[in-house]
Every structure is written in C-alpha cells, then in structure tokens.
Write a new protein. Sequence first.
Lengths: 319, 113
Amino acid sequence: MEIILNYIETMFAGVPVTPDTKRLREDITANMSDKFDELTKEGKSTNEAIGTVISEFGSIDEVLAEMGIERTQPAASAAAVIPADPSAKIRGMIRSFGLLASTGAGVLVLALIWLSEFGLRGYQIIGVGSIGFFMLLAGMLLVIISVLMRTKLLAGGEPPKEIQQIVGARYEKVKVNAFRLKMISGWVKLAAMVLFFMTDPMAHYSVNGTIYMTFLMSAAFAADVFVRVCDRTYRRVLGKPLEKLTAGGGVRALTVPFFTGAIAYMKFSGNYDGLNSSSEAGLLLMSLYIIVSVAAEMFDLAKKKNEQSAVREAQTGNK
Amino acid sequence: MISSDIIRGYTDTMILFIVSCGDSYGYEISRQIKEISDGSYVMKETTLYSALTRLEKNGFITSYAGLHDGRKRTYYSITDAGKACYKDKCDEWELTKKVIDNFIVTDTQQEGK
C-alpha cells in the first residue's frame, strides 16, 4: 500500500490544493485501496496487485482539464515512484546500523587492548596511549548512534504486510550469509588464540602476538555483532520470535570480551619480564574458558540428540 | 481491449446507467463497469473522475459525502436531467449503431461473396 500512496502523492505533486482536488485525491486513494485489497483477496501477489492498480490509474491531467485547473509543476513520471525493490530501504537501514554497531564494537575491543598495551602502563598516557582513549570514545559513539537508529526504525512498528513479505523472502538469503560469516568469525577467533599462545606469553617484550590477536579478535567480534544485530532486527521487523540462546552460543558470545579482558589484565598487571603470577593467572583463566566452552558445546549437542530421539520415539509410538 | 478513443463518447452513458440503478461511489462504479462489460473494458481512475466531474458540472448527477467500510467516499446520484440525458444517449447509440452497421462487413458476409 505504501507504494500506491507514494504513487498518488507523486501524481498529485504540483496539483493546486482546492476543495475539488482534495476530494478527488481522497476518492482516488479510497478506490485504489479498495482495488488493491480486492486483488490481493483474489490471490494476486502484492507486486501484481500494485502493478494492476497503478496501471489503471490513467492521467491526472485528464481530470484537471475537466475541472479547469492548471497544475503548477510539470507531471512527474511514474517510473520515478516505483522502487525496484520496496524492501531495499529497510534492508539498507538494517545493514547500515549493523555495520555501525559492529564497527563500534570492533573499535572498542581494539581500544581496550590498545590501552592495556600502551596506555595504562603509566608513562604513555599522553601520546600513543591517548589514541586508545579516542578509540574508546569513537567506538562508544558508533554504538550509541547505531542503537538510536535501530530504536527509531523499530518505533515505527511493523512495516506493511506486503513489504514484510519481501523482507521475509530476503531474510532467508541473509540467514545463509550470516551462517557463513559466523563460521569464518569462529575460525578467525581460533586462529587469534593460537597465535597469541604461540607467540606472546613466551616472548619477552614481544607484542607481535598481542597485535595480531587484537586485530583478528576485533574483526571477529565485529562480525559477530554484525550478524547478531542484523538477525535480531530482521526478526523484530518480521514479528518473529528471537532465537533461543544455547549454552554454547552464550559462551561463544562471551569469547572476545573474555579474552580481551584477560589479556588486558595480564598486560596491565604484568611487568613484561616474561611469565609472572598475573600472566599465569590469565593463562589459567583462558584455559579454563576453553574447557568451559567445549563443555557447553557438548551439552548443546547432547540436548539436541535427546530432543531428536524423543521426537523419533514419539513418531514410532504413533505407528 | 477496446481503444479508449472509441469508447470515450460513451463513458458518460455507462456511468449514467450505473447511477440510475442506485447511488454509488467511485470504486463501486468502476467495478460494475468491469463486471457488466465482462472484463473487456476497465475504466481508468482518472477517466472515471473526469466523466463524473463533467456530469456533475452539467447537472446530470449530484454528489454527497458518505462513508463505506470506514473510508470516506463521495456518492453520486442521478438527477432528472441525467435520466433524460441517458435516454438521449441510448437513442443516439441506436442510431449510431444503425448507421455504422452499414459500413461493417462481417466474416460470414465476406465468405458469401
């Protein structure tokens, strides 16, 4: 319906508002709405119905000539009004604030490690360290803008049914890409941890491992946030229930904050003379975390198997 | 499809016929035109309203505001002048048909020659 209303809006652009034209516009809007409703009730697709309704509009100049009214602006072309894909606007918005939130989150992780590496060790607060503070502010700003944008979109309520349908069809494609991105992000996180353990704790004054890990972890975290924010917003827009959080999923979501936190702690309290008590504690925490995450994944897997066998039993019981 | 040039002279007749059966509003009129013509003529939105404007200006129909299904509508009813005009239009068509028929050769007549 929004497209039809936009179409009418454009067709009436430059038509002087008089009691006659106002009534004409109201009547035509009501007629086109009726026609659209009837066509969709007959089983026509939304796009087909919109096409038919618009093609049966005619030319406003015909009526204006009869009314003796002259338009103040040349007529707009119909092609300008009908977007190729009416869901593009919503999808574009979801993508853009997903990107904002994920960039913000990535910058925040980067800032945290940067600060622990260069900033908080006292002697470089002004200088390299201050870059970390700027990053912290920039990251927070990006996240806040993204949250505000999302709130604004969702405050508009659910979009019209016909646009919802198109968004829904697109969401199926988006889910496939989201799954791929999640897989890649998982491997990147693993690579980051391996790199860190291989290079950093063993090397005196070497920051290579931390730097690699920082960038990889930030990128992976940004990808996670992107997938999550977009998915949740799509679900809200489509009026679908949000995905249930699994044990493994919960632990996985905490990976990056946990690891960056642990590393920040090690860097902050460690004195770079190789392994000391705080870095040992950090390493111990990380190892514990890996054990917990493996346990959580196994728990999920076992639960899934149980559910599946219960379904199977129920099915055989029916026979 | 019928060309709109040909049918233009008779949109008024169609509308007058429909409102003479009872008061009606925009969508209802165009729906009935489609139905009565068996779907072979669909009147464009703006053609309908330019005809309605013309008919009202000439005093053949009058309009009043109404409500249908919660939407604001303008209802149209036929006047006595409108009924007379419809009658004239019907006579005119009968004559036109007779005249034009003389110039029309159908397929069966062609085969006979």
